[in-house]
Design a protein around this ligand. Structure first.
Ligand code: 5GP
Length: 191
């Protein structure tokens, strides 16, 4: 997706060979026009996939997920990372190791919102080693729902996430595939 790649080049900051900071348009300040285009792109790529719900993880997955949900006409559920007094229904949980925060946390979705009839599109801001995706897959499977695929805004293709997910049979659609962050430069894989 060219507009996304251009935005990454113009406003992304390479923090190290492993980490790209996109606080200017995705992870802190959010560019609504770009999010809208991202929603259109996910909707077009998964148009025939029979998606009934979108699942993401708070906080940074919510913006692209909600735009995709709007364009696809399906509800969006975000897995919560923190215990909440209002999240008291039966919970489906999984643990996830955070690539950026380097801590393990429990994420939860209430059983109220996912059922065995659902065919779920997982959306997230980044795909690195796939830990967040695997935790969401675990929760969706606990609900008995099936998985249509994964929609990722920025994939770091030099990390293992895509390979592992594809080897498990999941469809992965990434809107920007970063080949390398070496030398402070972002280079993309040709899609
Ligand atoms: P994974 O679980 O695939 O190892 O890492 C994906 C999660 O870690 C994403 O939800 C994202 O929040 C965070 N993440 C991974 N790599 C990066 C990165 O280079 N930059 C930013 N901003 N977040 C990242």
């Amino acid at each position: 997706m060219d507009s996304l790649k251009q935005k990454i080049q113009a406003a992304g900051q390479v923090l190290s060979d492993q980490v790209l900071k996109v606080d200017a348009f995705l992870n802190h300040q959010i560019d609504p026009q770009l999010m809208s285009e991202i929603g259109d792109e996910f909707a077009s790529r998964f148009a025939d996939a029979g998606v009934t719900k979108i699942v993401t993880i708070e906080a940074s997955g919510i913006a692209p997920a909600i735009m995709a949900g709007l364009k696809m006409g399906v509800p969006v559920i975000f897995a919560r990372k923190h215990q909440s007094l209002t999240l008291t229904d039966n919970l489906l949980t999984s643990t996830v190791y955070s690539f950026t925060k380097r801590v393990e946390s429990t994420i939860a979705i209430s059983t109220t919102h996912l059922s065995a009839q659902d065919h779920v599109l997982i959306i997230d801001d980044f795909l690195a080693n796939g830990k967040a995706a695997q935790a969401l897959i675990s929760i969706i499977k606990q609900a008995g729902a099936s998985i249509a695929g994964l929609g990722i805004v920025i994939e770091k293709s030099f990390q293992a996430g895509r390979q592992e997910l594809e080897s498990q049979g999941y469809r992965v659609e990434s809107l920007a595939r970063v080949q390398s962050l070496e030398g402070g430069q972002v280079t993309f894989l040709d899609d």
